[in-house]
Write a protein that binds this ligand. Structure first.
Ligand code: IMP
Ligand code: MG
Length: 179
């Protein structure tokens, strides 16, 4: 069944098939890297839950899942780099191998804040896995261990990414029209 392309969408950047294929590859890399260890995926609400669930189902080792919620005011929406935790993790990450799962790393402020905060809680290891990476917008450097796609400097929606809370449920990633 094909869904109509919603208004506001300029073009599809990655199709559902391309995304699934790439997620399978990255999940394979993660399974290899963490085999025999205690891996926990931490999703950043709300955008990353679509990617996290798709990724988790392709990972072939036992994993735990937890979530945290943030409120952020990135350079696209207001004062740059102000991030705080609005909903904390349910469980400790002490001694665990942790992958922070993001929908997109843009300026890097969110990822840097979360890495710094979580590093203080004594995980055995801590890394980032992101669906999308816009390195051309980076203001602060953060290590991205696993990435599905690099994207151009355009606003995108779908597969968890929103415009005014809409479009998260699109199965593809698309570029928004410029207005
Ligand atoms: P940061 O700039 O790396 O801190 O990213 C902050 C957040 O901005 C991301 O987690 C997304 O929620 C949001 N964001 C950045 N670029 C886009 C985009 O192109 N579409 C939708 N959300 C975006
Ligand atoms: Mg986000």
């Amino acid at each position: 069944m094909s869904k109509a392309q919603p208004p506001g969408i300029e073009r599809i950047l990655f199709t559902e098939e391309q995304i699934q294929q790439r997620i399978r590859e990255v999940a394979g890399e993660i399974s290899e890297r963490f085999r025999g260890r205690d891996l926990k995926l931490i999703g950043v609400l709300k955008g990353s839950i679509f990617f996290l669930t798709a990724l988790a189902r392709e990972i072939e080792i036992p994993i735990k899942v937890d979530f945290l919620g943030i409120s952020s005011f990135s350079n696209r929406t207001g004062a740059p780099g102000v991030v705080r935790i609005a909903k904390d993790l349910d469980e400790s990450i002490e001694g665990e191998d942790v992958l922070l799962v993001e929908d997109i790393v843009d300026t890097g402020f969110t990822a840097r804040y979360l890495l710094q905060t979580l590093a203080g809680r004594g995980p055995n290891s801590l890394g980032i896995c992101t669906l999308l990476d816009r390195t051309s917008s980076r203001i602060v450097q953060v290590p991205v261990e696993f990435r599905c796609f690099e994207i151009p400097d355009r606003f995108v929606v779908g597969f968890g990414l929103d415009y005014k809370q809409l479009y998260r449920n699109l199965g593809f990633v698309a570029v928004m029209k410029r207005d």
